[in-house]
Design a protein around this ligand. Structure first.
Ligand code: RB5
Length: 150
């Protein structure tokens, strides 16, 4: 995915610092960042930000989403409740490449308490640069919606 694409970004208090750094990284790479908060390290609730980013992606207001919390787990759980959102919590670049190539993940969630910033940037770069392979994987992705009715 090349520049000028809109990425919706959100974090809770645990993810705030890494989110700030990744917003800068995205802008350097030429992406337009829609920063939906949080805007400080004051304690907040991750579902609030997961919901905002998931809605932006589901509505087509952003091409992709990025969510950061302590572990990435709560963000992924919350974002995946929204129809059309496929959020993947990735701890390494291989998992992230597969999440894009096979699962067409449109939201990446990251663990601020478990990932160093440079490696988080590498994972994010893979998320942005890896194409969905389609084919048999499209059928499987379609089934995610059909089996749940969503
Ligand atoms: C906040 O302490 C922490 O629970 C949250 O950032 C996240 O890791 C939840 O999944």
């Amino acid at each position: 995915m090349s520049g000028q694409k809109i990425i919706a970004v959100g974090a809770d208090h645990a993810g705030f610092d890494l989110k700030q750094a990744l917003c800068g990284f995205l802008e350097q790479q030429g992406y337009e960042v829609k920063d939906l908060g949080t805007h400080s390290t004051e304690s907040t609730d991750y579902p609030d930000y997961a919901g905002q980013v998931a809605r932006a992606v589901a509505a087509g207001e952003a091409e992709r989403g990025l969510l950061v919390c302590g572990t990435g787990i709560g963000m992924a759980m919350a974002a995946n409740r929204f129809a059309g959102v496929r959020a993947a919590n990735c701890f390494d670049t291989y998992a992230c490449a597969m999440a894009r190539a096979h699962n067409d993940a449109n939201v990446l969630t990251l663990a601020a308490r478990m990932l160093a910033q440079p490696y988080a940037e590498e994972i994010l770069r893979v998320f942005l640069d890896t194409a969905f392979e389609g084919g048999r994987h499209q059928r499987r992705v379609d089934k995610m919606d059909s089996v749940t009715g969503g």
